[in-house]
Design a protein around this ligand. Structure first.
Ligand code: G16
Length: 540
């Protein structure tokens, strides 16, 4: 390691004095103008991780759902999954080292992680469409090259596409070809095969309106349109030609405000969906004939997908285990429906795809979705082998079901949640089952709920346990929440510090929207008073 060169180059990516950042729910996120040093250092770290794992590592420059002037970075591990927790600690340490300590921190990390410095390193980089992303990705490249790493810059990609590239490269192409054409080809082939029965049966062309959050999803979905079969027509809105990224649009806006995005005209009962800023989340919705807005979030997506998987397994006669993983944000009705009606085991983890992904790996078929629309399905190696074998061997109805399941394996991006891939899975299921969006929505009724954000001086004063459903600190806050929850029927509430924004998140559900709103407000006030609220007090 040429530490002198590192120190010299680092001077042009100097860390602002005293700035401390944490590797949060999905990497580092803050205002873009505070991130240059972090990008350079994550280039350095990616090289070390690549040497240590003898694999290609990914670096994605994005702040996903955050406002346009934020940015962020996350590292992608060898199989396309999120960075291992022990390396998140290394990342935080490296990002926060003062200039004069940087070389020492690099050496310490290399020693602790037993990195063979003579090993070659290869890093793949991509970025979203934020104005700040191009420059920041150049800083990543600077970090990679100063440590002698090789790299490939994919330029503009969705986050899940970069995860896919990493997985392809580290599996010798078995997962797919590590090019954008390879990605489009893999997904569109699986989609066409899976849905051919529905689309060939003479049905009308199906139209889906997609709000692309004015982000990278618009570019990539437009490129993909030519690969899609005739039966599905996607119409793009908020494609970035005029509006601002995530501004009054995108999956996060639609989910948290429970209203349609601006820039997308909805006729009654039309099927619509929203991607988030880097296209790793998807949310569906429609307006009924009376003008009421209906949101179909990650919980209902998980339900649709797991019931389809169970039906196929039943048809084949295979008793592979199906489990569903959710977070505390999952609507109480969804958990009840999955457990009591569908008889599927349901588990709750902390927020963050890395936690859900890890738990989902325990099943033959692990379905994981956050309510915000971030999720996918994981197939264990044994389950995948079995299904592919059955698809070859079985005939008639069983053989057909096994082949469909094989197509489902290929259509999901098993590296991480992927709005484009999830959209195609959902469109195929709806078409095959002949389900309208209203019928899908009607399978169970969500409990009214509300999500709010509270500004506090230091969000780390709140710590939680029990998959973030109980507050441990500050003392007294959980008791206050319990007292408030007791005032309402069918109620539940929790608070947790966000790992991507400088806020505390509040979630409440109850028997009516009025009560959910009122409970969320009262809990917000308790947070504001007991956890050092700043700025404007929460308003009813
Ligand atoms: C990221 C994570 C998600 C998480 C979301 C919000 O999403 O990947 O797992 O649900 O942040 O996290 P928090 O509540 O901690 O701010 P994205 O789409 O922004 O990358």
């Amino acid at each position: 390691m040429d530490l002198d060169a590192v120190t010299k180059h680092s001077a042009s990516h100097a860390k602002p004095d005293g700035l401390i950042l944490q590797y949060g729910t999905a990497g580092f996120r803050t205002k873009a103008d505070r991130l240059d040093h972090v990008m350079f250092r994550m280039g350095l770290l990616a090289v070390l991780r690549s040497k240590q794992t003898k694999s290609t590592i990914g670096v994605m420059v994005t702040a996903s759902h955050n406002p346009e002037d934020d940015n962020g970075v996350k590292l992608v591990d060898p199989l396309g999954e999120m960075l291992a927790p022990s390396w998140e600690e290394h990342a935080t340490r490296l990002a926060n080292a003062e200039e004069q300590d940087l070389a020492r921190a690099l050496v310490a990390i290399s020693e602790e992680a037993a990195v063979n410095l003579h090993q070659d390193a290869f890093v793949v980089i991509a970025r979203d469409t934020r104005p700040s992303s191009e420059k920041l990705s150049e800083s990543v490249i600077d970090g990679v090259t100063v440590l002698g790493g090789q790299f490939h810059d994919y330029g503009l990609l969705t986050t899940p596409q970069l995860h896919y590239m990493v997985c392809c490269r580290n599996t010798g192409g078995r997962y797919g070809e590590a090019t954008i054409d390879g990605y489009f080809h893999k997904l569109s082939t699986a989609f066409a095969e899976l849905s051919k029965q529905a689309f060939c049966s003479g049905g009308d062309q199906r139209t889906l309106k997609v709000d692309c959050a004015n982000g990278i999803g618009a570019l990539k979905l437009r490129e993909m349109k030519q690969y899609l079969p005739q039966g599905l027509s996607v119409q793009l809105f908020n494609d970035g030609t005029s509006g601002k990224l995530n501004h009054f649009c995108g999956a996060d806006f639609v989910k948290s405000h429970q209203k349609p995005p601006e820039g997308l005209e909805m006729k009654a009962n039309e099927r619509c969906c929203s991607f988030d800023g880097d296209a790793d989340r998807i949310i569906y919705y429609y307006c009924d004939a009376d003008g009421h807005f209906h949101l179909i979030d990650g919980d209902k997506i998980a339900m649709l997908i797991s019931s389809f998987l169970k039906e196929l397994l039943l048809e084949i006669g295979e008793s592979l285990t199906v489990g569903v993983v959710q977070t505390a944000y999952a609507n109480g009705s969804s958990t009840r429906y999955l457990e009591e009606v569908m008889k599927v085991p349901v588990y709750c983890t902390k927020t963050g795809v890395k936690h859900l992904h890890h738990k989902a790996q325990e099943f033959d078929l692990g379905v994981y979705f956050e309510a915000n629309g971030h999720g996918t399905v994981l197939f264990s190696k044994a389950a995948e082998t079995k299904i592919r074998q059955l698809a070859k061997e079985l005939e008639d109805k069983k053989g057909k079901a096994a082949k469909m399941l094989e197509n489902v394996i290929d259509l999901f991006n098993q590296a991480t949640g992927d709005a484009i891939s999830d959209m195609l899975v959902i469109e195929a299921i709806l078409a095959l089952k002949g389900l309208t969006i209203q019928q899908w929505d009607a399978l169970y009724t969500d409990l009214p709920n509300r999500q709010l954000k509270v500004k506090v001086a230091d969000r780390e004063v709140i710590s939680t346990t029990d998959a973030e459903r109980q507050v441990v600190k500050p003392p007294g806050l959980q008791e206050a929440i319990n007292d408030l929850v007791r005032k309402y029927k069918l109620s539940r509430a929790f608070v947790r510090p966000s790992g991507t924004e400088d806020v505390v998140r509040v979630y409440a559900e109850a028997d009516s929207q009025e009560n959910a709103d009122s409970l969320a407000y009262e809990v917000s006030l308790a947070v504001f008073q007991q956890a050092g609220g700043v700025g404007e007090r929460p308003q009813p």
